[in-house]
Write a protein that binds this ligand. Structure first.
Ligand SMILES: *Cc1c(COP(=O)(O)O)cnc(C)c1O
Length: 406
């Protein structure tokens, strides 16, 4: 069957607007389109393909498991799920794991856990505190806890009992938390909201206030987790452990899986029958997840993340200085944002398109930030070539802007 980008408009719901080309193959940090053209992947499938495309260890884990056992449901447990959960528990603050299939589902579980925890203490303990510009997924509960009104508009009525505060504002948090708060939810590095790291003081205050008011502290590490920050999870960079942590995206390296990690006390809230997912803990997903954590949770790989991040940041800052399009980059590890300069406000997407025309795939994080979330093991040669292509795209745009002004 001959399908092209234009087939999309004929058969797909129009909630996405994919790029013009259709990719057919990937290897490492390169992908190829139907015409055989190659692109350097600085997007990582939105912080997902953290070992690049078709990493031999992941292909092996998937195909080996594919010949053994695909699915049982949670009426049965299985070896890959038990092994992956054991590895996650051993590597983190967590005592217990709940598996699901996406970041939104992991957060849905965390927020439902928080409500049930609050209700177990008092009927008025149901306030969830979250932050403007946060992103927690696209289910109705997760868009409601998320801090971007555009994602709930038209979907009302939305769940009640959610308070949004400015991110990194300790005083606002102190003023809002009370005995009616059941959870404080935050991304240690806001991803979709513009690659905005939490300040250490803010994270410390959230932990202290949650403890004072018997609220759960929930870290959404769907984007920041699995080595991206240079630590297995970004909370380890801050040295502050949450009660509940959600993980997805990179956890499957491209295979769908989500997980909620939590303390034993938090886990006990989700007693038998209170929550579930047919596919959660699927053997295929967990076998791949195990290969991912075995590879990523390695001091040499994590040190390599920080080294690569520096190459990216230096390259981006140099392009920013020479063309005046970016202000200094920000982020943690290989979750990198280059904010647009005043003159280029609102034009991050134009840069993505111009760079794509030169064969490098980047992302936006809102209209004003160019985002990169590449493979954690991208080669230095691919970083250099990708930055060269990005610069060529920027040079085109700047040239066009100058021509238009002349
Ligand atoms: C992507 C993302 C989600 C949602 O994950 P899905 O797998 O798309 O449901 C939730 N939280 C954060 C921080 C994310 O970046």
């Amino acid at each position: 069957m001959n399908v092209t980008r234009s087939t999309f408009n004929e058969v797909m719901v129009p909630n996405y607007q994919p790029a013009d080309m259709v990719m057919v193959r990937g290897e490492g940090s390169r992908v190829w389109d139907q015409a055989g053209r190659d692109y350097i992947d600085f997007a990582g499938g939105i912080a997902v393909t953290l070992l690049g495309h078709c990493h031999p260890k992941l292909v092996h884990a998937l195909t080996e498991q594919a010949g053994k056992l695909w699915h049982l449901s949670n009426v049965m447990t299985n070896e890959p799920a038990l092994q992956l959960a054991t590895k996650l528990v051993n590597a983190t603050f967590a005592d217990r794991v709940f598996f699901c299939n996406s970041g939104a589902e992991a957060n849905e579980a965390a927020f439902k856990l928080a409500r049930r925890y609050g209700n177990g203490i008092s009927p008025t303990k149901n306030q969830i505190i979250s932050f403007y510009n946060a992103f927690h997924g696209r289910t109705l509960f997760t868009v409601s806890v998320g801090g971007q009104a555009k994602y709930t508009q038209g979907f009302e009525p939305i769940p009640a009992g959610i308070t949004h505060l400015p991110f990194n504002d300790v005083a606002a948090l102190e003023a809002a938390v009370s005995e009616n708060t059941c959870a404080i939810v935050l991304e240690p590095i806001q991803g979709e909201g513009g690659i905005m790291p939490a300040t250490p003081a803010f994270i410390a205050a959230a932990r202290r206030l949650a403890d004072q008011h018997r609220a759960l502290l929930i870290f959404d590490e769907v984007q920041s987790g699995m080595g991206r920050s240079g630590h297995l999870y970004a909370y380890q960079h801050y040295g502050v452990a949450p009660d509940v942590l959600t993980s997805a995206k990179g956890l499957g390296g491209g295979f769908p899986i989500g997980a909620m990690l939590c303390t034993k006390a938090a886990a006990d809230v989700l007693a038998f029958g209170t929550h579930g997912s047919t596919y959660g803990g699927n053997p295929l997903a967990c076998a791949v997840g195990e290969a991912v954590i075995d590879t990523v949770n390695d001091p040499a790989l994590l040190a390599g993340v920080l080294h690569r991040a520096q190459l990216f940041r230096d390259g981006l800052d140099s392009i920013g200085r020479r063309y005046g399009v970016f202000t200094p980059s920000r982020g943690l590890g290989l979750l990198i944002g280059a904010p647009m300069s005043d003159a280029w406000k609102g034009r991050a997407k134009d840069i993505v398109n111009a760079a794509m025309a030169h064969g490098v795939w980047t992302l936006v994080a809102g209209p004003d930030v160019l985002r990169m979330a590449p493979s954690l093991i991208i080669s230095e040669a691919d970083i250099a070539e990708g930055l060269r292509r990005l610069e060529a795209g920027v040079a085109d745009l700047v040239g066009t802007a100058k021509a238009a002004a002349a």
